[in-house]
Design a protein around this ligand. Structure first.
Ligand SMILES: [Fe+2]
Length: 336
């Protein structure tokens, strides 16, 4: 007995006697059995899935998560592995609160007008929430840590309808809480966005471009050029009788259709045929104020046979993929 244990009482603990060797969870797979977990059936592929505008019918205030967690095999709400989209209905004169659970929140106002009072932990000593006014066509982005009360004006009998996308599934997967805001609350004015879109549409070179759209970016994201450091968003028009040629990327897209007439659709598939069209495609018909998931890595093209312009707002986790250098966006030989 040395000086350190002198005078101690109780049972002696011998080091190593009940030692855990920490091998219980260790697994060894033969390489070919685990090199492609999707093909092996261990992890589910992201499905093509359409969400009907009927989900947000009525004016009763509520959050409607577009939840595919069962298909994706995760124990938290998710529309794609990294993103959660929701419709947010706010009755006339009513309000609804959102709590922090993401590094980035993006809202697109589909209907009505109102305001969001945003409390930010990043502004200690200033307990006043930031008030952000919004109306149809506006986009808001909010950083980590925001507790927000969204209120619809009482003057609009239909209340307000927002489309919300966050990266909360990514945080759940990582087992983390976002604490540091990476950008300031930001509003993208809908009237300014439409004006910029019209400029792009009437550019003489637009006829040679497959896409007529504007990308939303933030001064805080000079490397990824995206709406937030994780989220990418686009406001686009598909003119009548036009086809947006096939392209693909490794980000998942949660596509919101803001305006369309019957005859607009997307084709989605895993390979191109000899003519550069998508072989054996899955067809998703567009509905106004509806949404659908375009899985990562699949070719997709958009078609407008309605005779009227159609408008879409895809939101993707392409900010994150661009940072990881894993976006791998590809176009058919004609380019973007
Ligand atoms: Fe795309």
């Amino acid at each position: 007995m040395d000086d350190r244990s002198a005078g101690r009482r109780g049972p002696a603990v011998l080091l190593g006697e009940a030692a855990e060797d920490w091998t219980g969870d260790a697994v060894f797979y033969e390489y070919s059995a685990a090199a492609d977990p999707v093909a092996a059936g261990a992890i589910a592929p992201v499905p093509v899935h359409r969400f009907s505008p009927g989900l947000h019918a009525g004016t009763a205030s509520r959050m409607i998560p577009l939840d595919l967690s069962g298909t994706l095999g995760v124990p938290y709400p998710a529309t794609s592995p990294g993103l959660l989209a929701s419709f947010v209905v706010i009755g006339p004169g009513d309000h609804l609160a959102t709590v922090p659970d993401a590094t980035s929140e993006l809202y697109y106002c589909l209907r009505g007008r109102g305001h969001s009072d945003v409390e930010r932990p990043s502004a200690p000593g200033d307990p006043r929430p930031v008030r952000m006014e919004w109306m149809e066509g506006d986009v808001l982005t909010l950083p980590a840590g925001c507790t927000t009360v969204h209120a619809a004006d009482a003057s609009d009998a239909e209340g307000a309808l927002l489309y919300r996308v966050t990266d909360s599934p990514l945080l759940h997967y990582l087992g983390v809480t976002a604490t540091e805001p990476r950008f300031e609350p930001t509003r993208f004015d809908g009237v300014a966005a439409r004006a910029r879109l019209a400029e792009v549409e009437h550019d003489p070179e637009a006829v040679d471009r497959s896409r007529v759209s504007v990308l939303l970016a933030n001064r805080a994201t000079p490397q990824t050029l995206t709406a937030t450091h994780t989220l990418w968003a686009m406001i686009g028009v598909l003119p009548p009788d036009r086809v947006q040629r096939p392209h693909r990327h490794q980000s998942a897209a949660l596509d919101l259709i803001t305006e369309c007439s019957p005859g607009c659709y997307s084709l989605i598939g895993s390979r191109l045929d000899a003519d550069g069209a998508i072989a054996d495609p899955f067809r998703v018909d567009w509905e106004p104020a509806g949404a659908f998931v375009t899985p990562p890595g699949l070719w997709h093209s958009h078609h407008n046979e309605s005779g009227r312009p159609a408008y879409l707002v895809p939101v993707q986790d392409a900010g994150l993929h661009t940072y990881l250098r894993s976006l791998d966006i590809r176009f058919t030989s004609n380019g973007p």
